[in-house]
Design a protein around this ligand. Sequence first.
Ligand SMILES: Nc1ncnc2c1ncn2[C@@H]1O[C@H](COP(=O)(O)OP(=O)(O)OP(=O)(O)O)[C@@H](O)[C@H]1O
Ligand SMILES: [Zn+2]
Length: 579
Amino acid sequence: MKTPIKILIGIGIAIFFLILNIAENESSLIAETASMKAPLSQQVREGVDNNLKVKGELNESQALRNYFNTDNLKESLLTADIIIVEVEEKYSAAEIVVFMILIGVMAIIAFVLVKQGSKQTSREYDKMSSVEFSTQKESTITFADIAGNEEAKESIMELADFLKNPEKYQRYGARMPKGVILYGPPGTGKTLMAKALASEAGVDFLAVSGSDFVQVYAGLGAGRIRNLFKSAREKGKCVIFIDEIDAIGKKRDTGGLGGSDESNRTLNALLTEMSGFKGSEGIIVMAATNRLDILDEALLRPGRFDRQIEIGLPDLKARQDILKLYTQNRPIEDTISIEKIAQQTVYFSGAQLENLMNEAAIYAARESASFISEKHIDRALCTVIAGEEKKDRSNIKEEERRITAYHEAGHTIAAKLLSSENRVTKVTIIPTTKGAGGFSMNIPHDSMYHRKKDMFHSIKIALAGRVVEELVFGEENITTGARNDIQKATEILVIMIRQLGMNEEVGIINYDILMGESRGAGERLAEICNKEMKRLYAETKELIEENIHLVHAIAGELMARETLKEDEVNRVINNFKVA
Ligand SMILES: Nc1ncnc2c1ncn2[C@@H]1O[C@H](COP(=O)(O)OP(=O)(O)OP(=O)(O)O)[C@@H](O)[C@H]1O
Ligand SMILES: [Zn+2]
């Protein structure tokens, strides 16, 4: 862009001088002698009168020559009977031609510049709207390269089968899922999963990032989406992978701030494209995000990203598997215990574990050591944890793990004791996207109605985390970990009391309807809710106190193994029943 700027400056200077020139030529006087109308002499003299410039053409008349020396030129000329004509000095034909050529040249330059610019923008536009995705035919990554996350792997393997044998599913009228969202913390292998799916199914892999679609030019994002799907269709079967889907798929603004218009348009294009292709076409769109909760609901509807798979941080066992994977092809000293490293790397993601082994390898290489030894790994641990005092940090972590283990054990034991129908399918102390720790429970119930007693049970199960914290660590050491639990318990209780007529004192009244008329009911309701909650908390505490041995057992197992599956939970509890 350098030459055009220089040309522009040149043109500017030319215009400036031209204007100056025109201004100078304004209102000149031409004096002629009466006898001689046409000036003969080449000599020109100028005089100034009342700011008027007088140009006299000198001919033989000596008189005129003298007049230039007087003060009052115009008057003197007139009294001397010299005709003066006041004229706008005309440009000569040559001057006009030059002037026109100049304007012409300028116009041409301007035209070329504009055209060049627009060509460049349109070229840029073309380049941008044709997304530069990385395509890989049968990328080399397979499911064998991914450790941990067994459940997620299983459901993605299912998809691979869908892609490989669509006929098998079509025969039964099964609809192939179009979109899958992988969600979870960064570096947990979401991209790996998508790549493995493509390679396992032997199809192309089209990878883009959501942030590629956030563009300055209006409509560009939407254009890129359309192009992406166009090339996908041309390829036939393929996996489209959209990393950071949240960049385009954030909840749409209903407030209508102009700024979000563009991303709305991109999101709409994506939704349209996804409804546009048939499942049988063999295209699967995979998207990854760190946060499922900020995505627009429209994205998660059936026919779009209707499968959501959580990819969590690895637990102890998964960390061991990942570490094994990354020590496989490295010279590791025999004395190194993978299990011990796994224990030291609580809350590490797969990417961090990979990084850890890589750093250790670098340290070993620097020393030209024959093996990667414990000291290299220790040093690498410090580097990866970056700056923080390793010892302190692992102490904090240990305490955190203990608290989380007991808190989750509380939920688990309460769930198992309150109803034999309750199944605890999984407990973990590895943070999930839903918060620290994780506890999942299946209650086989009639989904149409919830019984009053089930609702009370749900509240107690929610409170049990806090109850255990209080019982085991003391009232002063209770933590913020119960925030979501308290929210959930409150929500259930308030609905029971305000809307469902499940509290004798309040009666069978919908307080949301009544509220407008009776002021002060709010305070009374708050009092009743509080009283109810206190009762439920006390009952939960009693239940837990009687069974604290079970809590200790589950917490102990959790600290040792981080994640317990259903059968392991049942085994721990049953051990006590038999004894
Ligand atoms: N479960 C795993 N097994 C093996 N390697 C893993 C695993 N998880 C992560 N890694 C390593 O971490 C790297 C980064 O993983 P990946 O890019 O798939 O994470 P991601 O979840 O997509 O992260 P982000 O959210 O940051 O995009 C991988 O290339 C791999 O080396
Ligand atoms: Zn909890």
